[in-house]
Design a protein around this ligand. Structure first.
Ligand SMILES: C[S@@+](CC[C@H](N)C(=O)[O-])C[C@H]1O[C@@H](n2cnc3c(N)ncnc32)[C@H](O)[C@@H]1O
Length: 159
């Protein structure tokens, strides 16, 4: 599969999983955390799908399109392995994490801290949507919409 096809499939999976949560799930109270703001396309989508929620975004620097830059009180700059620690226990309703690189060695380093951090950020009953597989005791893996390839994007519920 070309990298273009893989990218389109990943973005389709990301969007469709987020839409399925917005359309079908009653989320607990709490903010939404966007782990990896990037260009802000997903942030833009989250704002559309969850207009009443506070959305807090994380990245090293602001690189988003100007239409998708959060207010400074909702933008957390720095290395997420460090800045995210402050949000452990924040009771997030939904965490979306799109910080995979496509390099197994780099992603393996991220996976030494990301699953536990995401689990700790979520309220009980909160959901995590991730481009990287997250393995943590309180994260129950859920099936994703049937038209999507099963290992392209991952969905969890915090027990
Ligand atoms: C794939 S992009 C996210 C794309 C985003 N969903 C969008 O709609 O544009 C990943 C982003 O996460 C940031 N990132 C990745 N790992 C990070 C880390 N450990 N700490 C801070 N930022 C990180 C990168 O700087 C990059 O902007």
């Amino acid at each position: 599969m070309s990298r273009l096809d893989a990218f389109i499939m990943r973005m389709t999976a990301q969007r469709d999983i987020l839409n399925s949560i917005a359309g079908n799930v009653v989320l607990p109270d709490g903010p939404i955390l966007e782990i990896g703001l990037g260009n802000g396309r997903t942030y833009s989508h989250l704002r559309e799908q969850f207009p009443k929620r506070r959305i807090i975004a994380f990245d090293r620097v602001v690189g988003a399109h100007k239409s998708s830059v959060p207010d400074m009180e909702n933008m957390v700059l720095g290395e997420i392995a460090e800045t995210g620690q402050t949000f452990v226990g924040c009771g997030a309703a939904l965490v979306h994490a799109d910080i995979g690189t496509g390099y197994d060695d780099r992603d393996a380093v991220t996976l030494t801290w990301l699953p536990q951090m995401v689990s700790g950020m979520l309220a009980v009953g909160g959901y995590a949507v991730s481009g990287l597989r997250l393995e943590a005791p309180e994260l129950e893996r859920l099936s994703i919409p049937i038209h999507l390839p099963p290992e392209r994007y991952f969905l969890y519920r915090r027990s």
